[in-house]
Design a protein. Structure first.
Length: 277
């Protein structure tokens, strides 16, 4: 559907010397892709329902990187605040049906779907935030992250950006997931649909995800759908001594489709000596 513009971006990527603010054709081609991203017509990655298949659209990421090259630093003033950046901020929230609390901001080129709530938070370019999702206070949605529908990103959550290299997989958070306060999901890690991530969890591609019932490692950097996962550590012996390395522990499997309330989650986690945050 977008083969022509894809071919144009790939051509520009192969000859970066022609990509600069003075090349109006290059600027227009790159802006066309960013416009498509901003409206949600294309994504950095196509993800199936259970996030087991993630197909990165390299040319879209290339366009984002080129967007930095064709824009010059400009100063803008919004109320009492001054900004100096290469990329403009997102706007037209009323038309999009998005609630934006003061001090929240998103870069143009991030798609934010209808009925999303942005508390004072930040959404970077290339991110895709699904409908009815809550991005809570001081949460950050990094570049190209794919956030599903009806997700709750609690206060201080860090969703890592993955922009380079262009073929690197982004962070994916499945529909109806809950991510607890100050959790960090980074470097292409995946949280499956309907899963609950406890506060303070660090999930990246090298972090083991372990089933508490069996003690078996089920993945690296991927929490399966409909799981409740918390931060943990496991003992490892090295030449210099015994150390405890971080891991993520699945303490419960939810019934598929089960809607989790905060009260129920707090009870479950409190039984394990954990607060939801």
């Amino acid at each position: 559907m977008y083969e022509d513009i894809k071919a144009e971006i790939e051509s520009l990527w192969q000859d970066l010397d022609q990509v600069h603010p003075g090349n109006k054709e290059a600027v227009q081609a790159v802006k066309e892709v960013i416009d498509l991203l901003d409206k949600g017509h294309i994504k950095v990655a196509d993800v199936n329902e259970d996030a087991t298949k993630i197909e990165v659209n390299n040319w879209v990421k290339e366009a984002i990187l080129l967007w930095f090259r064709v824009n010059e630093i400009a100063v803008s003033e919004i109320g009492p605040f001054e900004y100096r950046d290469k990329l403009p901020l997102k706007s037209n929230y009323e038309q999009a049906g998005v609630r934006v609390v003061p001090m929240a901001s998103a870069r143009y080129g991030a798609f934010i779907d209808k009925n999303v709530v942005l508390m004072p938070s930040y959404v970077n370019i290339g991110a895709h935030v699904g409908s009815e999702t809550m991005v809570d206070t001081w949460a950050t949605v990094g570049s190209c992250a794919q956030i599903g529908k009806r997700v709750h990103l609690s206060g201080g959550v860090g969703i890592g950006g993955v922009l380079e290299p262009p073929n690197a997989k982004p962070v994916v958070i499945g529909d109806e997931a809950f991510v607890g306060s100050r959790a960090m999901i980074v470097e292409g890690a995946v949280v499956g649909k309907g899963s609950v991530i406890g506060p303070g969890v660090i999930l990246g591609p090298s972090i083991p995800v372990i089933d508490a019932d069996t003690g078996m490692e089920v993945s690296r950097g991927v929490v399966p759908p409909w799981s409740v996962a918390v931060t943990a550590s496991r003992k490892r012996e090295f030449t210099g001594g015994i150390f405890y390395l971080p891991c993520v522990l699945i303490i419960k499997r939810l019934v598929e489709g089960e809607r989790h309330s905060k009260t129920q989650l707090e009870t479950l986690l409190r039984d394990e000596g954990i607060t939801l945050g």
